[in-house]
Design a binder for this molecule. Structure first.
Ligand code: TXA
Ligand code: MG
Length: 325
């Protein structure tokens, strides 16, 4: 595995690796992605293998321009409106595949639909353009682990399993893209994320349906009960910190605590809190505590995505994770 800086030379190395069927971790404005040529079934299979990802969870295809989306998916008026409002940016649209769509069935898990996004990070856009291929990329972490917002996070989690890490600094948004399914009659929010769902509903001029119920068949890995999980247990809505716990605080009004503590945003800014969330979970985990107490965080704007990720981090974990495979 090579870590390269996001300069012209590093971009060349990363683009060449993508074109050759390799796995390249690269920065996006949300989190780091683990990219492969979306048309190359073997390369895509390596993503699932490196992540230890259940193969029924389809991947997002990243492209650099609207014209490339049209070669993959059918854009109706709603999709065009959301594309105009939020692309490039942290929004993923689930659309119907066009019949001649060149993307491997492994990316879409054999579904008739495809998830597409145009990221806004200049390094991500430069990489996609230099490689000249649609890039399938989930978050660059082992399945179920906390998503990476720096190159160092990727190296710690995936290291030798991948070919290149393109280091473009810390991801600004800090939570994954919002996933909206436009393949049916009703627009449906599949995963809250970097674009607040209120803004999407406003741009569509209609409310979003929800399909976030854990009882139903998971359509997104974000819908599996335990996800985004640090090693430590996570306790939500903590008003006081118990002995041996670390504190993940928000805002000025924090419970008294002597042990490890990170405030996601001392002045209560949800955008700042989202940007800090995953790095903070990793840092508190590294302090070696058994449990992380999390203060109450408002659920509006980016707070919806933050609370979604924290609920999943706190969810019961089905089986001990096998770190060795
Ligand atoms: O911000 C992001 O979205 C990051 C960066 C790298 O772009 N990527 C990311 O990918 O979070 P991943 O694989 O961790 O999450 C992709 C989400 C999952 O919830 C997946 O189930 C959903 O998109 N998805 C992908 N294709 C789909 C499809 N055809 N139908 C329904 N959901 C789909
Ligand atoms: Mg992920």
């Amino acid at each position: 595995m090579r870590v390269v800086k996001a300069d012209p030379e590093g971009l060349c190395v990363a683009a060449a690796a993508l074109k050759a069927g390799g796995l390249v971790a690269f920065p996006t404005e949300t989190v780091y992605g683990l990219g492969a040529d979306a048309r190359d079934g073997r390369a895509v299979a390596r993503i699932y293998e490196a992540k230890g990802r259940p193969s029924f969870n389809p991947l997002i295809v990243h492209v650099a321009a609207d014209a490339e989306v049209a070669g993959l998916a059918v854009l109706d008026a709603r999709a065009k409106a959301l594309a105009a409002a939020f692309w490039p940016g942290p929004l993923t649209l689930v659309l119907r595949r066009v019949p001649q769509c060149p993307v491997s069935d492994l990316v879409t898990c054999g579904l008739e639909t495809i998830a597409v996004r145009i990221p806004s990070h200049p390094v991500a856009l430069a990489l996609i353009r230099a490689a000249g291929v649609p890039v399938a990329a989930p978050s660059a972490n082992r399945s179920g682990h906390v998503s990476p917002t720096t190159a160092a996070h990727v190296a710690a989690d995936l290291g030798a399993r991948i070919d290149v890490i393109l280091d473009g600094g810390a991801s600004e948004v800090g939570v994954e893209s919002t996933v909206v399914d436009l393949s049916g009659a009703e627009p449906v929010l599949l995963r809250p994320g970097g674009v607040p769902s209120e803004r999407i509903a406003a741009a569509l001029g209609q409310p979003l349906g929800r399909r976030l119920d854990e009882e139903t068949r998971p359509q997104s890995p974000g819908q599996l009960a335990s996800h985004y999980a640090p090693r430590a247990a996570v306790r939500l809505d903590a008003r006081a910190v118990r002995p041996g716990e670390a504190l993940l605080a928000f805002g000025a009004d924090t419970p008294p605590h002597d042990g490890p503590c990170i405030n996601l945003s001392p002045h209560g800014d949800l955008v700042e809190a989202a940007a800090n969330l995953f790095a903070a979970l990793r840092q508190l985990d590294a302090a070696g505590v058994g449990s992380i107490a999390v203060a109450t965080i408002p659920g509006t704007g980016l707070g919806e995505a933050i609370n979604d990720r924290l609920r999943r981090a706190a969810a019961p974990r089905p089986a001990p994770r096998d770190e060795g495979v």
